[in-house]
Design a protein around this ligand. Structure first.
Ligand SMILES: Cc1cc2nc3c(=O)[nH]c(=O)nc-3n(C[C@H](O)[C@H](O)[C@H](O)COP(=O)(O)OP(=O)(O)OC[C@H]3O[C@@H](n4cnc5c(N)ncnc54)[C@H](O)[C@@H]3O)c2cc1C
Length: 455
């Protein structure tokens, strides 16, 4: 049997509770549907397929363990955002589709809540989201996002002035925030493992420690793994940021790395300097955002600040010291009362980013035997738990309101080959960082942050 990898070191969540992986595939088998990848996408697909048709033989092949990818490493924000921002979605697809995207995502956030109501234990907290502005340009951007939301008829989104915001969460950097009710926080590894139980309970077979090394589509679908193979009627690529491992998907999205640091549990005294009784998820309004939250045991998780593409789409760069150091400084700059707080965990992982920053899914090249889903950007917790219902309908070749959604079977702008791909990714990242830095400098000239500690 293949040895279980170092999954426990891949995130605080994955290592926090003991886990027993399923055995690897060690024979040649047949299946109706073979799913590659046991993140939220693969597991929700297996679950909904088996529920719809218990006569289907559904197998999931996971190279490492359930939740090994982004699903077990993320920050756990279940939010309504699809793509980069509402404004960008409106600009790319128009008003009606921006509204459709938001309505779908509200349904998807509620779906995560329903999983908790069903009895899955994943530290679910529906605390809402604060997108904070730390300079005037961000205030303007967030206020126009709220204006657009209201134009689209979206409710539950409002502006908080600095005073009102600081009563919720106190930081010398905050100038105001966009507050949204519809956002939950989860423990992602617990959710992934809960989804595994649901999928197995519904009758799916999950093989862990089973990397798919090749997918042959002609004459029939055949998947090769180190010690076995699957002959299947249909295949689902649920590999998100790892999709570049398969030549069929390589040009659809960049794998981009984002990193996280996690403190020791905060003391009541440390927490009292911040407030945060509402325990909201918080992002800032930079292009290269920070995202932060409290865990169930009151650790502060701080992530983001940079987003890195490695030449050739290299994976496995799960540690990045310069970003960790910067994030540790950012914690103290945001909350000076946390100066000296201990950092207990540091990790990172890849998200999947298409050229237009918008998710993509559907039949690969129009072949109804081959379905893929990728491009959740950093916002896939909600989407990828819901996407199983869309893929279910695609596999069953049923035309439904889900398969009619505008982003299903949409045309994806192909990425250029290397080295142009790398140059393009660097250009986008630098352009975003440049704007963030320019806006921060402009603010510092007007009003230097009061009492912001430097370390
Ligand atoms: C650090 C970080 C923070 C994030 N924070 C948030 C957040 O707060 N909110 C949010 O909405 N989103 C967030 N995201 C994004 C979110 O986690 C993803 O969009 C989502 O988990 C994608 O799920 P998935 O199942 O599609 O992909 P993954 O969870 O990446 O699953 C893909 C699976 O495929 C497996 N695999 C790869 N290659 C093979 C192969 N050859 N054979 C078999 N299996 C294979 C991998 O091991 C992996 O388990 C974050 C991501 C990261 C990395």
């Amino acid at each position: 049997m293949a040895s279980v990898s170092d999954y426990a070191s891949k995130s605080f969540w994955l290592g926090a509770t003991p886990y027993e992986a399923n055995p690897a595939l060690e024979e040649d088998i047949r299946a109706d549907v073979a799913i590659i990848g046991a993140g939220f996408t693969g597991l929700s697909t297996a679950y909904y397929l088996r529920r719809a048709d218990p006569s289907l033989r559904v197998v999931v092949l996971e190279s490492d363990v359930v939740g090994y990818g982004a699903s077990g490493r993320n920050a756990g924000f279940a939010m309504t955002l699809l793509g980069l921002t509402l404004t960008v979605t409106r600009w790319r697809f128009g008003m009606e589709k921006a509204r459709q995207a938001h309505e779908f995502m509200v349904r998807a956030v509620k779906h995560v809540g329903e999983l908790a109501e069903q009895g899955l234990d994943f530290d679910y907290e529906r605390n809402g989201l604060l997108t904070v502005a730390t300079n005037r340009d961000q205030v303007n951007r967030l206020q126009s996002e709220i204006h657009l939301a209201h134009e689209l008829g979206i409710e539950g989104v409002r502006w908080l002035e600095a005073g009102e915001l600081r009563e919720e969460v106190s930081s010398p950097l905050y100038l105001g925030a966009r507050a949204e009710e519809e956002c939950a926080l989860v423990n992602p590894a617990k959710l992934a493992r809960g989804m595994k139980n649901l999928a197995e309970g519904a009758g799916a077979d999950i093989y862990e420690q089973t990397p798919v090394e090749a997918v042959h589509l002609r004459p029939r679908v055949r998947l090769e793994t180190p010690r076995g193979s699957v002959a299947a009627e249909k295949v689902v690529f649920a590999t998100n940021a790892f999709s570049g491992r398969f030549p069929q998907l390589r040009s659809k999205a960049f794998p981009i790395f984002t990193y996280i640091v996690l403190t020791e549990p905060l003391t009541q005294q440390q927490l009292s300097t911040i407030g945060w009784g509402g325990r909201q998820g918080i992002e800032d309004a930079r292009n290269l955002i920070h995202y932060y939250r409290l865990t169930a045991d009151n650790r502060l998780l701080m992530g983001g600040r940079d987003a890195i593409y490695y030449y050739g789409g290299r994976l496995g760069v799960d540690q990045h010291r310069p970003t960790f150091e910067q994030l540790e400084r950012d914690i103290v700059e945001t909350f000076p009362g946390l100066a000296g707080v201990g950092i207990a965990h540091r990790w990172g992982g890849p998200v999947s980013v298409p050229l237009d920053f918008f998710p993509a899914m559907g039949y690969l090249g129009g072949d109804r035997r081959v379905i893929y889903s990728l491009g959740c950007v950093g916002h896939g917790v909600t989407l990828s738990n819901m996407v199983g219902q869309i893929i279910r309908d695609l596999v069953r070749e049923e035309k439904t309101e889900l398969t009619d959604l505008f982003f299903v079977n949409r045309r994806v702008i192909p990425l250029p080959p290397e080295p142009v791909r790398f140059v393009l990714a660097q250009g986008i990242r630098k352009g975003m960082a440049l704007q963030d830095n320019r806006e921060a400098r402009r603010q510092a000239k007007v009003e230097p942050p009061v009492g912001a500690a430097r370390v």
